[in-house]
Design a protein around this ligand. Structure first.
Ligand code: MG
Length: 256
């Protein structure tokens, strides 16, 4: 069942969304060669807690940290570690969220570490374009397939592939609600989108094959061919007037 939110619920979700966006920016600003992903996690957890939130990821399904930190060919769910040190030329996907007033925010961004290869730079640009192409379709009267189609077309026109094994999701008082939000699909197919749906739209885009591999810790997901992957996510409310990004800082309308 899809939980529809009232306009008042959507307003209330903006506090969690704002803090989620702020912490993502805070972590993004700290990214540099030499820093470990554990240090990034500590920055995130302390920022969330000192701003009145609770890390949404910590303890979720047993996940041990406040961010997922996935480097280069890692797609999602990387566990932060003192042993994972960032180097010039890496890309790193940070996925994080906060709970405020019992509402959850969820967002992700992939950052370059210093100067990256042309392939990675292209992948970053295509991945970001995929996110906004998907968000633009999140409006009443469209269907879930319109979101997936827009993401997939943007990725494949850019020479990249769309991860199938992991998808976006509804979000509210818990992080993962119905419906699943695939990043591939057919136009005019699937669930009808209605005002009050709140979705985490999160394309995971690969430079090579879309196929994935599971790491030995049970969490980490990597590309099967070792080529790089990016992940861009925002929490988006569907309203009568179209998509409204919830994970946003009001003073930074074009975030990051
Ligand atoms: Mg998500």
């Amino acid at each position: 069942m899809v939980n529809l939110k009232t306009p008042r619920d959507i307003e209330a979700m903006k506090a969690a969304g704002k803090l989620s966006a702020q912490v993502l920016r805070e972590v993004g600003n700290a990214i540099r060669p030499g820093i470990s992903t554990l240090e990034l996690d500590q920055i995130a957890e302390s920022f969330i807690r000192t701003h009145g939130g609770v890390p949404a990821f910590k303890g979720y399904g047993g996940f041990p940290a406040s961010i997922c930190a996935s480097v280069n060919d890692e797609i999602v769910h990387g566990i932060p570690s003192a042993d994972v040190i960032l180097h010039e030329g890496d890309i790193i996907s940070i996925d994080t969220g906060a709970v405020v007033d019992s509402w959850v925010g969820d967002n992700a961004w992939t950052y370059p570490v210093g100067k990256v290869s042309d392939e990675k730079a292209r992948l970053l640009a295509v991945g970001e374009a995929c996110l906004y192409a998907g968000i633009a379709q999140a409006k009443p009267g469209n269907r879930l397939g319109d979101i997936g189609f827009a993401v997939q077309r943007t990725a494949e026109d850019g020479g990249m592939s769309v991860v199938r094994d992991y998808v976006g999701h509804g979000i509210g008082h818990v992080m993962h609600e119905e419906p699943n939000v695939p990043n591939y699909g057919k136009q005019h197919r699937g669930l009808l989108l209605k005002p009050g749906m709140v979705l985490a739209i999160e394309p995971m885009i690969n430079a090579g094959t879309h196929k994935t591999l599971r790491g030995s810790d049970g969490w980490l997901v990597k590309t099967r061919d070792g080529k790089p992957s990016v992940h861009f996510e925002k929490t988006v409310a569907i309203t009568e007037r179209g998509p409204v990004i919830i994970t946003i800082e009001p003073n930074h309308p074009k975030p990051l």
